[in-house]
Design a binder for this molecule. Structure first.
Ligand SMILES: Cc1ncc(COP(=O)(O)O)c(C=O)c1O
Length: 399
């Protein structure tokens, strides 16, 4: 069937974080919210059909922790998309990826250990590390010729045992990779994954690969799951996946973690015991329907997303040239370089919200390297983007 992504559906008064939360977040109910990562786009029909069918059953008791049909849907999808042979027993379900990151840090570290991340990066990574009593080692991305790259020299030195924090030397146990990367939009290529992964293996650490954005790719870009590089990579990693972003199911909180190493799997299960439940009945149903029957919708959405990006790019270039777009390879989040506007980071956020009346995520939220940037979510009807751009253009002109 043909989907109409231009259709504007009001999300106001639905307890929607993005729209109903805009007043408290930006201090203005008229702000166009383009911050949190969900879409203002209706989902694939097979998913709503499956949820309605399940709702009609009228009993919503506990589910099995690993429903066979959902496991099969993931195994089949990984094989089809990446040629990755995932064994059913490798899959552990969690109600969202962020809780899985917390469980992974808890499972593979002791308080005082160090965990690597690469800023500017999705801010809950920081919290997952710090709230487990660990230290962040920031392998900050390098912004080079308008593109973000990993700093491999710094990464290598980050893995070295650090002395001087008594009583015992702390060491890096885990690296959290954002793949594709939110907010800078990079989709890591094979060479980058291999270089980072070889360091992880050499230093006997574990790589937690957050691949929630892996199906949101721009024209000609391919995502490679970290674990598919080799068996050694598989054994040193956990891969977090979810239909939450690509199929717009974030509110259903359904994710899966692929953990091929039995020891790591056991540690993860121990860490989550009692505090992290499985997935709710509707989350399972939606995940299976998305993975089995959602691709017709996804293919159409990706074409629309590409169109949104091209529209945005042209508009900024022609009408707001002071703001530069960092071309994304993946995700529906666009990283805007607003440094030429000359604001300090806090005033920039307030300028966008109060003068332009567009609610964006402020770059400094994502850690060092994010200052002076803003993140814009373009998973919405194009008319909404057009209105937001007009507002930004006018506000910049009035400066
Ligand atoms: C990289 C990344 N990981 C995880 C999440 C959140 O996932 P979940 O809602 O499944 O916890 C997001 C949401 O924006 C994200 O960008």
């Amino acid at each position: 069937m043909k989907y109409d992504f231009d259709r504007v559906i009001s999300r106001k008064n639905t307890d929607c974080a993005k729209w109903d939360g805009a007043l408290s977040l930006f201090g203005d109910a008229d702000v166009i919210p383009m911050w949190v990562a969900d879409m203002d786009i209706p989902i694939a029909k097979p998913i709503t059909d499956a949820i309605k069918k399940r709702a009609d059953h009228e009993i919503y008791g506990y589910s099995l922790p690993n429903p066979k049909s959902v496991v099969d849907a993931i195994v089949t999808r990984m094989q089809k998309r990446y040629g990755w042979r995932v064994r059913p027993e490798w899959i552990i379900f969690t109600p969202g990826i962020v809780p899985a990151l917390y469980a992974a840090v808890k499972a593979y570290t002791h308080p005082g250990d160090e965990v690597i991340l690469q800023s500017p990066v999705y801010h809950p990574f920081w919290h997952a590390i710090k709230n487990n009593g660990c230290h962040v080692v920031n392998n900050q991305l390098v912004f080079h010729n308008g593109r973000y790259e990993m700093d491999f020299v710094h990464l290598e030195s980050s893995f070295a045992i650090r002395h001087g924090r008594p009583p015992t030397p702390h060491r890096v146990r885990v690296m959290i990779l954002c793949s594709p990367h939110n907010p800078v939009g990079r989709v890591w290529n094979k060479e980058e994954l291999i270089r980072a992964g070889e360091m992880v293996i050499r230093h006997n650490a574990i790589l937690v690969s957050d691949e929630v954005h892996s199906e949101l790719l721009y024209h000609g870009i391919t995502h490679i799951p970290f674990a598919t590089i080799s068996e050694e990579f598989e054994q040193h990693s956990i891969t977090c996946i979810s239909p939450g972003k690509a199929f717009n199911l974030a509110g259903l909180e359904a994710s899966a973690n692929i953990i091929p190493n039995p020891g790591l799997r056991k540690q993860f299960q121990e860490a989550r015991k009692g505090i992290l439940p499985g997935i709710n009945v509707f989350g399972f149903v939606a995940m299976e329907a998305a993975y089995r029957y959602g691709d017709e919708w996804l293919e159409q959405f990706l074409v629309y997303l590409q169109g949104n990006y091209e529209f945005l790019f042209d508009y900024f270039e022609k009408n707001i040239p002071k703001i530069k777009i960092i071309p994304p390879e993946g995700t529906y989040l666009v990283w805007l370089d607003c440094r030429a506007l000359g604001f300090d980071p806090v005033s920039l956020r307030s300028f966008m919200a109060k003068e332009a009346k567009v609610g964006l995520d402020e770059g400094y939220l994502f850690g060092p390297g994010g200052e002076g940037f803003m993140r814009m979510n373009i998973a919405c009807p194009r008319s909404v983007i057009a209105e937001a751009l007009k507002r930004i253009e006018n506000a910049v002109k009035n400066l």
